[in-house]
Design a protein around this ligand. Structure first.
Ligand SMILES: C[S@@+](CC[C@H](N)C(=O)[O-])C[C@H]1O[C@@H](n2cnc3c(N)ncnc32)[C@H](O)[C@@H]1O
Length: 276
């Protein structure tokens, strides 16, 4: 078991999305799991897919339960020029424009305009959080001026080229894991689990529960039995103890935002559990 504090590296391709729970600060350690023997990369909880963008796999499967996220990846992959055109129409960012766009009925938009809206709201929302109300409408407040600009056109085009190596699945992680085969590296970065399934399920279908931790654990065992390499990242906790049992793991310290204020950063421990 090793213990290290990591720093965010400079990379040649950064994700174009901000994502709550992104493991960007773990990249120096995470990247070491991708080796020459791996032919394909699989990430069933993709979010901003920071490891995918960092390692340049020749082939990949990226999955997530969030339909708007996956639809955005597909648009950026196949129709980047149209997405960029739509983004041009939305600049510059301010609270009024953010709130106008957030209130738009997405069923009235073309797929490229919908992706541009998703990217814009993601960039300028509070902390890169994705949350919807009971009607499934995005309801995260404006972040203020703090989160910088949208990525530049060339950065989007680079991401688009990278995404051409990936296939996308909008589904529960089990369906994505059914695709895994020997020679793949599977990286699993689930959300932190909550206890009360019934309370939260109705509000947010992507809420992860203790039942989901049990499903994940059983998939780790299945992958291991099939000799498929995996790595799981999870905050040090009782759930992490369930996940790591019998597998090797390392502890990595990361600086985290507390309550969204940059001045309040604390060191927390993240476990990287693997069978490599
Ligand atoms: C911690 S984030 C992943 C962050 C990602 N590693 C990154 O680089 O940004 C977890 C993701 O899992 C997704 N998710 C939640 N429950 C899921 C499920 N049952 N199956 C698949 N994806 C799920 C969420 O929508 C979210 O995008």
């Amino acid at each position: 078991m090793t213990h290290a504090v990591t720093e965010i590296p400079t990379k040649d391709c950064s994700p174009f999305l901000r994502w709550a729970g992104s493991k960007r600060s773990l990249l120096p350690t995470l990247q070491t799991f991708w080796t020459k023997k791996h032919k394909r990369y699989i990430e069933p909880f993709a979010g901003s897919a920071c490891l995918f963008f960092a390692i340049k796999p020749p082939k990949a499967v990226l999955g997530d339960l969030n339909p708007e996220l996956i639809a955005t990846y597909v648009e950026v992959k196949y129709r980047i020029t149209a997405v960029l055109k739509e983004l041009e129409r939305l600049r510059p960012a301010n609270k009024q424009e953010y709130q106008r766009l957030r209130a738009v009925d997405i069923s009235t938009l073309t797929p490229s305009a919908r992706a541009a809206r998703f990217i814009y709201l993601n960039r300028f929302c509070f902390n890169g959080i994705y949350r919807t109300n009971l009607l499934g409408q995005f309801n995260v407040p404006y972040s203020g001026e703090r989160c910088g600009n949208l990525p530049k056109e060339e950065a989007f085009r680079k991401c688009s080229r990278r995404l051409r190596r990936a296939r996308f699945m909008n589904s529960d992680f089990e369906r994505v894991l059914q695709q895994a085969a020997k020679g793949d590296l599977v990286y699993m970065d689930p959300p932190f689990a909550v206890r009360a399934r019934r309370i939260f399920r109705e509000y947010d279908p992507s809420t992860f529960t203790h039942e989901d931790i049990a499903r994940l654990r059983s998939w780790m065992e299945r992958l291991d039995a099939a000799r498929i390499n995996f790595v799981v990242s999870y905050a040090e906790s009782d759930e992490a103890d369930v996940l790591r049992k019998g597998f090797s793991h390392q502890v990595v310290s990361v600086r985290r935002h507390i309550a969204g204020f940059a001045a309040h950063r604390a060191l927390t421990n993240e476990l990287l559990i693997s069978n490599t």
